[in-house]
Design a protein. Structure first.
Length: 247
C-alpha cells in the first residue's frame, strides 16, 4: 500500500496541503467507503442524507449539481425526483469514487452524469443549476470561499444550496468526547478495512480543523446567500442552507 503523505495534522491547518491528503484517503477507501460509513455511523449516515434530500426539495425538471459526490448516494437519490425532464450532475475530483458511483447506478436511472472536477473551478456555465448539494465534503475543500463563489455563480437566481456535514457542538466537552471516540474507532476501522489507521483518522482530525457550521453560515452570507442553519442529533450534524437571491 502506498504510504500516506506526511504531516496530516499540519496539512489540515494549511489549505493548500489538503488536496494530497484528500486524494490519498479517498482513493484508498473507495472500495469499502460505503461499508465504512455504515459502521462508523451505525447506519445513520443514510438517514442524514435522506433528510438532506428532503430539505433540498428537488422538483421534476430541475437540474441539480451534487458537488463532491463521492460514491453518488445523494445524486442517485435525487435523480428519480427530478424526472421527467430533470438532470443530476455528480462532480468529484477522485476517479476511483466516480467509478464506484457509476457501478452503483441502477439501470433505470439514466439522468445522472459524472464529471471529474474541483469544487473551486466548476466547468459549467453561469446560472445553469437549480440546486447544489454537498454532503460530508466541505472539510476537504482547499478554499471554501472559492467553492462558494462557484456555487453562487452556477445557481440560477432563487436557486438553493444545501450542505450537510459534521457540526461543531458549542459545548467543548461534547465536541472533544465525540471526536475522541471517532479518532479511536477510526484508527481501528482504517486498519481492519484498509490496512492503515490514518485512512479513517483523517475524518475526525479534519472535523477538528473545520471551523464549523456557524462559520460556514457567515461565509455563505458573505458570498451573497440568504442563509438558514439546521443543527440536529445533539448538534452532531448540521445543514447549512443557502438561497441565491433573485434580481
Amino acid at each position: 500500500m502506498e504510504a500516506p503523505p506526511s504531516g496530516l495534522r499540519s496539512a489540515l491547518r494549511r489549505e493548500a496541503d489538503k488536496a494530497q491528503w484528500v486524494d490519498w484517503v479517498f482513493t484508498r477507501i473507495a472500495d469499502r467507503y460505503d461499508l465504512g460509513n455504515d459502521i462508523m455511523s451505525l447506519g445513520w449516515h443514510t438517514r442524514w442524507k435522506q433528510r438532506l434530500v428532503g430539505i433540498a426539495s428537488p422538483r421534476p425538471g430541475e437540474r441539480v449539481l451534487d458537488l463532491a459526490t463521492g460514491t453518488g448516494d445523494v445524486a442517485l437519490a435525487i435523480a428519480p425526483l427530478v424526472a421527467p425532464g430533470g438532470e443530476v450532475v455528480g462532480v468529484d475530483p477522485n476517479q476511483a469514487m466516480l467509478a464506484l458511483a457509476e457501478q452503483k447506478r441502477p439501470t433505470s436511472v439514466t439522468n445522472v452524469t459524472w464529471v471529474e472536477a474541483e469544487g473551486g473551478a466548476l466547468p459549467f456555465e453561469d446560472a445553469s443549476f437549480d440546486l447544489v448539494t454537498v454532503s460530508y465534503a466541505g472539510r476537504g475543500f482547499e478554499d471554501w470561499d472559492a467553492v462558494l463563489a462557484e456555487i453562487h455563480r452556477v445557481l440560477v437566481p432563487g436557486g438553493r444550496f444545501v450542505n450537510l456535514d459534521f457540526a461543531r457542538p458549542p459545548a467543548r466537552w461534547w465536541d472533544r468526547t465525540y471526536r475522541g471516540w471517532m479518532i479511536g474507532s477510526g484508527a481501528v476501522l482504517g486498519t481492519v478495512l484498509h490496512g492503515h489507521p490514518k485512512t479513517y483518522v483523517y475524518i475526525p482530525l479534519s472535523m477538528k480543523a473545520y471551523a464549523g457550521q456557524r462559520w460556514l453560515d457567515a461565509r455563505m452570507r458573505d458570498a451573497g446567500f440568504e442563509t438558514r442553519l439546521v443543527e440536529t442529533t445533539a448538534c452532531l450534524m448540521a445543514y447549512n442552507i443557502g438561497i441565491k437571491p433573485r434580481g
